[in-house]
Design a protein around this ligand. Sequence first.
Ligand SMILES: [Mg+2]
Length: 95
Amino acid sequence: MGYEIPLRVDANQGWGFEEAITTLKALEPFNIQHCEEPLPRWAFMQLPEIRRQSPVRIMSDETCCDHNDVQRLIDLKACDLINIKLGKSGAFLKH
Ligand SMILES: [Mg+2]
């Protein structure tokens, strides 16, 4: 019952490393589509390990504001998805 409804989680940078791992593993039975920004944005170097241990796909939001952030997240294999918001990024093009 209820498993046909897609669920997504946004931690809004609210968890520490251990809390994120514990919580994401506890969420596994609930078929969560993805979890946004489990850690504070400045802790992005821990995202690859969160992603490796998490049964829930990881989406970057606040850690990604421009193309340089995208490249860094890809290089680190830090997330599965990126939430692109024009209001956060400024515009399609930067001059
Ligand atoms: Mg978000």
